[in-house]
Structure formats: structure tokens, C-alpha cells
Design a protein around this ligand. Structure first.
Ligand code: GCO
Ligand code: MN
Ligand code: MN
Length: 389
């Protein structure tokens, strides 16, 4: 039965073919589900209210396909997209599964591998452009090391930059309307990956030839694996104008990449993330890079997909309730409006301001003795989230 949380196209929810298509293989066990054909994924996600699907080149076209096979597969896929009103807002390249990439694509010590990597990515970018993707994600799954004696880490960064600069020029040369989004992960599958966090990438982007074409694609699980606060990483990317895309999922703290259903673990973190995205006007795809528990069959996969989207919408409704709660708003006003007469002392430097500030007498004992009332507002948030308010 549809209700107010039922996903709609305008919610811009997307899934990767590899996410709902995940067959449940893990290092200890064989697949538990059969691959779902891309056309059925498109149809089922459309029925559930998603906006689009994203893909790696090889989620759709096998790595060794001839160009005739490729064209036939892409044609059938495009027909499914058109039949079911679905978009492909983002595409990416698999530069991690094939043994040739055992030591990375961009950062491999072997220039022949790096050359093949560039060739593969250019073809995948062509595929993405053909399907209408405006965002192109780079997740360097094998760009890292087990032993830092084997690859010079400074050279690795330079090679990554060289590869991205090459591909930015390629996109410009082709006249594609496409931007890049870089996705960080601290480890897995490599012992340590270069650019371990979104913050590493935000610094690196400014060293590229076309920083305006490149942003980030933070993932909940990845920053949590590093023990970091995802919320703060996303906020910094937003402030920099670099939040081009986002990978939503969930994760128990400090574990391997669990890719759980969005909002399945940390309700408070998920609520605050939805509030951040909604109140700061994030307009990109809300992409779920997650997969169903290995306990599930295909029916469970669709329960999982619907669950990701419904939880987002439920949390968005909770955000509305929170923002519309008079007591909460009163407390927030006190918190954010305290000592407002000091605001003019801050901001842009001037000699006069500096002189005035240096002459000001602050009663730091009185200032330091004041409690801030944060317990109360956090509890009100908890009560709204827990459904008793
Ligand atoms: C992972 C990553 C990937 C990427 C995907 C798209 O940990 O496996 O999150 O799922 O997001 O390759 O770039
Ligand atoms: Mn991941
Ligand atoms: Mn991801």
C-alpha cells in the first residue's frame, strides 16, 4: 500500500546494478543468489519508485565482449531504461576485478597496465556518456599497497594525478557534459589504499589541471571504517562545493565494508545525515551503494531496496517534524543566537576591529561557567526519532 514514504522519481534515488545485483559472495562462501539480468533490475527498481541505475562498464558489458556484443547489450539495456522511465545519472569503471589490476590501474608500477587502464576507462566513459551519465565516479579499489617497499607512495599520487588529468582532457575533447567524483576508502581490498578519506581527496583535487571538473563521492561505510565522522566529511565537501555524488549505506563502526541497508544501524547518524543533505539543498542523486544481507533470496533484495528508500523518506519526514517543533526551535534559537552583539566583532579583519577586540574585557570565569543546554535538545531529537514526540 503506497503511503507518504513511498519513493517517487523526484526523490532521485538510485542503485548500482552491482548493489541489487550482488550475489552474496564473500571471502568464506559462494554466491547465494543468481545474477539478476540488468533489464529486470531496471524494471523492478522503476516499479519501486527509484529514479535511476548506475553501473560499472562490466556490470553490463563483459570485459572480453566484442564490439558487436557490446552494441547488442547496450541497445537492449537502453530499451529497458526507456520502457521503464529510468535514468543512468552515474557511471564508473571496474579497474579492480580482473587480475591485470592486481596492483592498481592508475598507480600500477607497470606502464602497460596503466595504459590498458586508461584505454578501459575511456571506453567506459564513452559508455557512460552514451547512457546519459553526467557524473563519473572513480573508486580506486586496487590503488594501494600491502607493502610500501613495492611502490613509491609519492609516485603513486603523481600517477593518479596524471591519469585523472589525461581523462579530464579526454572528456573535454569529446565534448561530454560530465564531471568526476572521487570516492575514498581506507582499506579493502588493499591493505592500505591511497587517498584514504574524503579529506585526502579534497586536498588532492586542487592539484589537478581541471579542479572545477572534479568533486567527491563520499560513502558512509568508508569513513566509518576509518573511525571518522561521516557527517563532518560530507559537510566539508559541501562547503567546498564538491559534493557531486554520495554513496549511502550503513555500517557497524570499525568493521570491514558491510554495505548494509541505508539507516539499518545508526538511526541518529542517518537522521543527521538526511538533515544535512536536505537543509543544505543537496540536489544530486541519493545513491545506495549497499546490498541485501547474504541471508536473502531475490525477494529479500527488493525488500532491501525499498527499505533503503523508505528509510530515507521516513527520516526526511522526521527532519520536517524536528524543524517544525516549537520547543526544539526555541532551544536552537537560544543556542545559535547567544551573545549576538559580538557577531560584528568577528568576520573580515580590519585594524579597527582588531583594536576593539584587544581592548575588550572578557569575564572568562562567567563565560566558562555557563551550561549550554545541549542535553535537552539532543533528547528532544531522540524522542522525535523514537516516535514518541
Ligand atoms: C566498494 C565501493 C564500490 C564503489 C563502486 C563505484 O567498497 O566496493 O564502495 O562499491 O562505490 O565501485 O565506484
Ligand atoms: Mn563501499
Ligand atoms: Mn561506494
Amino acid at each position: 500500500m503506497p503511503d507518504q514514504y513511498t519513493p517517487k522519481r523526484e526523490d532521485r534515488f538510485t542503485f548500482g546494478l552491482w548493489t541489487v545485483g550482488n550475489v552474496g559472495r564473500d571471502p568464506f562462501g559462494e554466491p547465494v543468489r543468481k545474477p539478476i539480468p540488468p533489464e529486470r533490475i531496471v524494471q523492478r527498481l522503476s516499479e519501486l519508485g527509484a529514479y535511476g541505475v548506475n553501473l560499472h562498464d562490466n556490470d553490463l558489458v563483459p570485459i572480453q565482449a566484442t564490439s558487436a556484443e557490446r552494441d547488442r547489450i547496450v541497445k537492449a539495456f537502453k530499451k529497458a531504461l526507456a520502457d521503464h522511465g529510468m535514468q543512468v545519472p552515474m557511471a564508473t569503471t571496474n579497474t579492480f576485478s580482473h587480475p591485470v589490476f592486481r596492483d592498481g590501474g592508475f598507480t600500477s608500477n607497470d606502464p602497460k597496465v596503466r595504459a590498458y587502464g586508461l584505454q578501459k576507462i575511456m571506453s567506459a566513459i564513452d559508455l557512460g556518456a552514451e547512457l546519459g551519465a553526467k557524473i563519473y565516479v572513480f573508486w580506486g579499489g586496487r590503488e594501494g599497497a600491502e607493502s610500501n617497499i613495492t611502490k613509491d607512495a609519492v609516485t603513486a599520487v603523481k600517477r593518479y594525478r596524471e591519469g585523472l588529468n589525461f581523462l579530464c582532457e579526454y572528456v573535454i575533447d569529446q565534448g561530454y557534459d560530465m564531471k568526476f567524483a572521487l570516492e575514498a576508502k581506507p582499506n579493502e581490498p588493499r591493505a592500505d589504499m591511497y587517498f584514504a578519506t574524503t579529506g585526502h581527496y579534497l586536498g588532492f583535487i586542487e592539484t589537478l589541471d581541471h579542479p572545477e571538473m572534479v568533486g567527491v563521492n563520499p560513502e558512509v561505510a568508508h569513513e566509518s571504517m576509518a573511525g571518522l565522522c561521516f557527517h563532518h566529511g560530507v559537510a566539508q565537501a559541501m562547503d567546498a562545493g564538491k559534493l557531486f555524488h554520495i554513496d549511502l549505506n550503513d555500517q557497524r563502526f570499525g568493521r570491514y565494508d558491510q554495505d548494509f541497508r541505508f539507516g539499518s544501524e545508526d538511526y541518529k547518524g542517518a537522521f543527521l545525515l538526511v538533515r544535512l543533505l536536505e537543509t543544505h539543498g543537496y540536489a544530486g542523486s541519493k545513491h545506495f551503494d549497499a546490498h541485501a544481507y547474504r541471508t536473502e533470496d531475490e525477494a529479500g533484495v527488493w525488500d532491501f531496496a525499498l527499505g533503503c528508500m523508505r528509510t530515507y523518506n521516513i527520516l526526511r519526514e522526521k527532519v520536517r517534524r524536528f524543524e517544525g517543533d516549537a520547543e526544539v526551535q526555541g532551544l536552537l534559537k537560544e543556542i545559535h543566537g547567544q551573545n549576538a552583539e559580538y557577531e560584528p566583532h568577528l568576520g573580515q579583519y580590519s585594524k579597527a576591529k582588531a583594536a576593539r577586540l584587544k581592548g575588550e574585557v572578557f569575564d572568562i570565569e562567567a563565560m566558562g561557567a555557563r551550561g549550554l543546554g545541549y542535553e535537552k535538545v539532543d533528547q528532544l531529537m531522540a524522542e522525535i526519532l523514537l516516535g514518541v514526540r
